[in-house]
Write a protein that binds this ligand. Sequence first.
Ligand code: GDP
Ligand code: MG
Length: 294
Amino acid sequence: MVNRCGFVAIVGRPNVGKSTLINAILGRKISIVTPKPQTTRHRILGIYTTNDSQIIFIDTPGLHRSATKTINRMMNRVAASALSDADLILFVSEATRWTAEDQDVLFKLKQSPIPIMALPNKIDKIHPKEELLSVLSAMSDRHTFDEVLPISAKLNDNLDRLIDLIPNYLPESPSLYPEEMLTDRNESFQIAELIREKLTLLLRQEVPYGLTVQIERMEKERKGININAVIWIERDSQKGIVIGKGGKVLKKIGRLARLELKERLNMPVHLDLWVKVKNNWSDNEKELMRLGYD
Ligand code: GDP
Ligand code: MG
């Protein structure tokens, strides 16, 4: 039996459900999800192995229109390089609407020779169901895609079909990663991301975009795991917002993160969060590298 293995880039504007899709396929949160754009900042691999194939999904930051800061330019670069490495592109959009930003992304994709599957996502939001037909025909009018497959990443709708189709586009090759491996990111990265997810969910407006999380210390003991994390913010004025009155906001963030970590690591978790200022870290190439942005 031949084995197939290759890279599948998940591409689309921010907020269409790319990270939700990779998590649904792998059955675990390997890429954080929030209702806010710019949640995903890194290139994250999700590795799906069967007995005759290994699909290596690449979750990417959405392609941004305005790239004024270093971090935004970096995110666009990450998304673009994922494209050039891929054997197949999954172009994710929202079935309920088509925007100028979607059009921009598609325009870029059309210039690449890589096969493209269009995945109008969030079909659970379409009522009545007959409207799906016009969504599909509109999609086919925009480009001659290799496939057009409507999905709901949230409800796991049509994802089996997607997984069946993908290996047809992958080259014959031995698997590149061990079969039990789900992602290329280590535990400390995943923990930092989970804390950033809670921060992004709870903080309003522009604050989440100006912060990043760094794990300073992580020690496993018999009783559980001790984690020290620093929340880096860009300006002194944001400190009060992140900490909240009497530490209320930070406590809530810590509690939510700790509960999820406990479940995931299957052991008691002691989490210490510190808020520190590093002026304009997101616009500084050296700081970005130091904070783990590739
Ligand atoms: P990304 O920026 O493209 O990675 O998008 P996310 O995966 O972070 O999802 C953005 C928002 O869309 C989140 O609030 C998700 O819960 C929501 N979402 C993702 N997929 C679906 C879906 O199939 N149906 C619905 N109703 N919501 C979804
Ligand atoms: Mg994402």
